[in-house]
Design a protein around this ligand. Structure first.
Ligand SMILES: [Fe+2]
Length: 421
């Protein structure tokens, strides 16, 4: 077969595999040699891994594969002794899949650095055991609620734009600033989940331009309206993770955490039009999610670590305030859309004021903005920069008991603004 058409054929099979989940894994095992052939054409491990959803006692390692494989994580508290190994999943399986391996490390110590590597072994149709493939050794640190200070960085509205991603990663991982405890990727990571599921890994796990998220810091996510839009948006959850800090270890796209003096509440603002908008084809149900978060907020602001945090910050993709709040005509052509989430604000404002939120850090409008607190809104509103390198911004946060400082950098690493709270 001519090389070009062979590559095309494998590409089509990859797309099918990504969309089909476990069914195609079963089919590969029934078809002798299928997996072996695909593995020969492409490396078993697809791109670099990522660390998502760090808490003070857990974190999730995700990596993607080009064929049926099983995986585990070897880890330890020194680089040369990875003496612990992840076990089975909640259903009793060693994690295995043909597209994504996702392993939650639990029972970790707070504020502790762990070195780790992921191990991948092909599941061949013949049952022959292939030697495992080891990733390079990386490290991350769990969050440290008791620390005297914390540093973090924020990316937003990257929309799969290569040059911006590469520059953000460069400033984050190779810049001269002290390392951050976490990266808040504040939504609109994708352009849209409208085509099929095969593009999800190359956007959320190993972004364009060779960006290696596993080099750190560990990633916390908010979902933007583009992340939740499209017929394949519901598949993204298989490739990312949220902290397991809800009752019973449930993972939800909203949560609260403590990192040193920073008490953070992460909210999900959903879409930028009402759920009934015809462009969503009935897939959107974010209004009930906003209402559920309002009920959860009333409780979480009384949680001692959140209530007593010296620095109180909210992260959410769509801002809760904007400079021009006139109503939108969602049903006009072209359709109006929310610059700020009135639905979210109406539901959450009272609890946020009661808690004492100092600032809402958002994205969405694609330009750096600082709207100070006033008598109607005792919390300030920040929005990060845009998608194009000229408009993009890296925000560096540093919280101490005395307050929060945000430094804003352009993609050349020049400081464009500093705000203190
Ligand atoms: Fe955006």
């Amino acid at each position: 077969m001519e090389r070009r058409s062979f590559v095309k054929l494998i590409g089509a099979a990859g797309t099918l595999a990504a969309a089909g989940g476990a069914t195609t894994l079963a089919r590969a095992a029934e078809t002798p040699g299928k997996n072996d052939g695909a593995a020969a054409a492409r490396p078993l491990v697809d791109g670099t891994p990522a660390v998502f959803a760090p808490t003070s006692r857990s974190a999730t390692i995700v990596w993607t594969v080009n064929g049926a494989a099983l995986g585990w994580v070897e880890y330890g508290t020194s680089a040369d002794r990875l003496d612990m190994r992840s076990g089975g999943d909640a259903d009793g399986f060693t994690p295995h899949d043909e597209r994504v391996l996702k392993i939650r490390l639990t029972g970790l110590a707070a504020g502790t650095r762990y070195w780790w590597r992921c191990m991948t072994r092909a599941l061949t149709a013949s049952g022959d055991e292939a030697p495992p493939v080891a990733s390079r050794v990386y490290s991350f640190s769990t969050l440290a609620p008791e620390a005297a200070e914390t540093r973090f960085v924020i990316w937003n509205d990257t929309h799969d734009r290569e040059e911006t991603l590469v520059r953000l990663a460069g400033l984050t991982q190779d810049g001269d600033a002290p390392p951050a405890d976490f990266l808040m990727w504040n939504g609109d990571i994708v352009r849209g989940n409208n085509t099929d599921a095969s593009m999800i890994p190359g956007v959320y796990v190993h972004p364009r331009g060779g960006v290696d998220l596993a080099k750190g810091p560990p990633v916390l996510l908010t979902r933007g309206n583009h992340d939740v839009r499209g017929l394949w948006a519901s598949k993204v959850g298989g490739f990312i993770d949220f902290p397991d800090t809800h009752e019973g270890g449930a993972r939800r796209p909203f949560h609260a955490f403590r990192s040193g003096p920073l008490g953070a509440i992460v909210l999900d603002t959903g879409e930028d039009k009402p759920d009934r908008h015809p462009s969503f084809r009935g897939t959107a149900a974010f209004e009930p999610l906003i209402a559920e978060q309002a009920r959860w907020l009333e409780k979480v602001i009384a949680r001692p670590d959140i209530k007593d945090a010296p620095v109180k910050v909210v992260f959410c993709h769509i801002p809760l305030r904007w400079t021009d709040e006139k109503p939108q005509d969602y049903f006009a052509k072209p359709a109006g859309f929310d610059r700020f989430s009135k639905r979210g604000r109406d539901a959450w404002h009272d609890s946020l004021v009661k808690w004492g939120a100092r600032v809402i850090i958002s994205a969405h409008v694609h330009r750096w903005t600082h709207i100070p607190a006033d008598s109607a809104f005792p919390y300030a509103q920040i929005t990060g920069g845009g998608t194009a390198p000229e408009a993009a911004r890296l925000i560096r946060g540093h919280a101490t008991a005395a307050g929060l400082m945000l430094d804003v950098l352009d993609m050349n690493g020049r400081k464009t603004d500093t705000v203190r709270f």
